[in-house]
Design a protein around this ligand. Sequence first.
Ligand SMILES: [Zn+2]
Length: 312
Amino acid sequence: MGIPRLPLLHQSDFIILFTVKCFFINMTAKPRLDNFKVDHHETLHTSYKAKMEWWKNETDVEKRRCKVCWLRSHQCYCDVLQQKRSKYEAWDPRPNINVCIYYNPIEIARTANTAHSLEATCPWICSNIVYGDLANETALLDDIEAEYRENRPQTCIMFPSKDAKLLSEWMGARPAAHSDKPIRLVMLDGTFPGASRQAKYLMNCCAVRGIPAPLVKLDLEGDACKSAVAGVMYQPGKDKICTYQAIVMAMEQAKIDPLFCRSLHQDLEDWIGYILRTKVKLGKSKPRNSMKNEMDVTPTAFIAEALSVSVN
Ligand SMILES: [Zn+2]
């Protein structure tokens, strides 16, 4: 019996060996994640830094807009916001909820942004993070991970993906020992593609940590929900509503004081009326061609009325 011959390797065997080798090289070359930080693309770092430097360093006069209400200085809405804030300061009992507004950098200082006015009227229930602010994003994700590992879910991310639970279902599944603790709603604030990127980022970070992303969505009750800004701004789809409206609907579905929620809805209506009357926005009552037969852009009676009334 001679020496056993090694089997001849075929081309396909080399491909398998090469793939296995690459796999091990990749495994060993993969850098260790530092405290689960998942860094952003460089273009986001650049746009985030540029926007925040502009926002922090330029004066209101240079920016030509008010730091609080984000409208042009001559259209400042702060007097009204201050009156509303006084009303909510005296509200008893205070609503048991936290709202974390997760701004896309392009939303900072946009006149048409709705969410930030809640920060001006009810700052004690609000916090904010800007997409690209790695330190605060990581702190938020650390909280989400700790809540998951300790089975005390308090934070949820509002994003209507197919994996998202209804907010009411997510709340109903919380352990009884924690069910009376305030929930924190993370509200993505950006254009629809921008908000999708923000959601994807949080989902990827959760996946790296080996935990499920706590995604929730609103119950829009079929087609019953109508955008509060229809007739003022274009919305990309019939189930897309502005962030402020989504926040208030989420509070309603989280069973927060109905009178408080109704008052916040009224605030949005007041703001819409103001920006139309002062011609910050001129109204968009005709649908884009791409939206024809799909979108109902009919303004509500009060928006139609505001569009026909001029203050100046
Ligand atoms: Zn102002």
